[in-house]
Design a binder for this molecule. Structure first.
Ligand code: TYM
Length: 331
């Protein structure tokens, strides 16, 4: 049975990008795979959250995961910092991760640009920690969005490197999981930028109120409208259509495609429809989030059971790795 590992940083609320990029396909896999879903709170430290924020965010993200349909009876859902085997494997992998390859990753370069006063070593070695997250459970598949493609490629490199160095087959080489051979998902932002993201400030959260969703969508960037039939869509308009494709019915999408192609489209109508369809999609999840967040007892039970299951799997791999490297007890 293939093993699946997926994670999310606890730096803010889950948004539509997270859902369609990584959570949706995970939910579909929890029935027939051995699945691990975790909240990457170590990773969140690169932005230096306050202790209070860190704590609240972890619980919130766990509640949001559960509200999306992750079933703790089927999947192992856990908090990264509950599994000390992960940072130990990270340390070991760091010895064979090279400055040049780490500096070249686009996510490092982006972050170094976004937070020039805080280019810490954790940012540089972020892909190594991510690799440890994945291979500690000997994952075969990793459901991630397009933005994580390069980080996953690095995880594959580190897994391969370890196997080659020690002439073992300890780690399977993890693959990104995509639907039906489709490309990896990239949900765009509403500001005309390429990607919806927490740090980009252009995201619609699953927990967002309908009023706020309407406001954000109505403010989305558009252009002056098409002037020729069947004209190519500029990026900002393509983005709105991409969002529509994930939340609206095919009929709705087809209707606006037609009106775009014959130049009768009114962007105001498109945005209104898009906002309502997002609200229809998020409302049941939002209601569930509100319910689960209130149930602290349930959340702590899920976290405790998840930590136990995750540690059992992680410590087995780590023991094997320690032995291979040469850390053998002589007392
Ligand atoms: P994070 O927290 O930024 O995002 C979590 C997941 O959501 C996906 N995602 C998107 N997919 C499509 N379109 C978008 N606009 C979009 N925004 C986010 C991400 O690709 C990701 O799958 N480094 C990871 C967390 C992580 C992890 C791991 C993931 C740590 N260790 C091990 C998988 C396996 C991150 O920052 O994701």
């Amino acid at each position: 049975m293939p093993t699946v590992v997926s994670g999310i940083r606890s730096t803010g609320n889950l948004h539509l990008g997270n859902y369609f990029g990584a959570v949706k396909n995970f939910i579909e896999m929890q029935n027939e795979h051995s699945t691990y879903f975790f909240i990457a709170d170590f990773h969140s430290l690169t932005t230096h959250p306050t202790p209070a924020d860190l704590h609240i965010n972890v619980k919130q993200v766990m509640a949001e995961y559960l509200a999306c349909g992750i079933d703790p009876e089927k999947a192992t859902i856990f908090v990264q910092s509950d599994v000390p085997e992960i940072p130990e494997l990270y340390l070991l992998l760091n010895m064979n991760a090279y400055l040049g390859e780490l500096e070249r990753t686009t996510s490092f370069k982006d972050k170094a640009r976004q937070q020039p006063d805080n280019v810490n070593a954790g940012l540089l070695t972020y892909p190594v920690l991510m690799a440890a997250d994945i291979i500690i459970h000997k994952a075969n598949l990793v459901p991630v969005g397009k933005d994580q493609e390069q980080n996953l490629e690095m995880a594959r490199t580190f897994a391969r490197r370890f196997n080659r160095m020690y002439n073992v087959e300890t780690f399977p080489i993890p693959r990104p999981y995509t639907f039906e051979g489709k490309d990896m998902v990239k949900i765009p932002g509403l500001d005309g930028s390429g990607k919806m993201g927490k740090s980009e400030g252009n995201a619609i959260a699953l927990a967002e109120s309908p009023e706020s969703i309407r406001k954000k969508v109505m403010r989305a960037v558009t252009d002056a409208g098409p002037t020729e039939d069947n004209q190519q869509k500029p990026e900002v308009i393509k983005n709105l259509f991409t969002l529509m494709e994930v939340v609206s019915t095919p009929d709705t999408v087809a209707h606006f495609e037609t009106t775009y192609n014959n130049c009768s489209i009114r962007y105001g109508d498109l945005k209104k429809q898009l906002a309502e369809d997002i609200i229809i999609f998020t409302t049941p999840i939002r209601t569930k989030i509100e319910e689960i967040v209130k149930d602290q007892e349930y959340l702590s039970k899920v976290a405790r059971i998840g930590a136990e299951k995750a540690r059992a799997s992680a410590s087995k791999t780590l023991q094997e790795v320690r032995e291979i490297i040469g850390f053998r007890k002589f007392y």
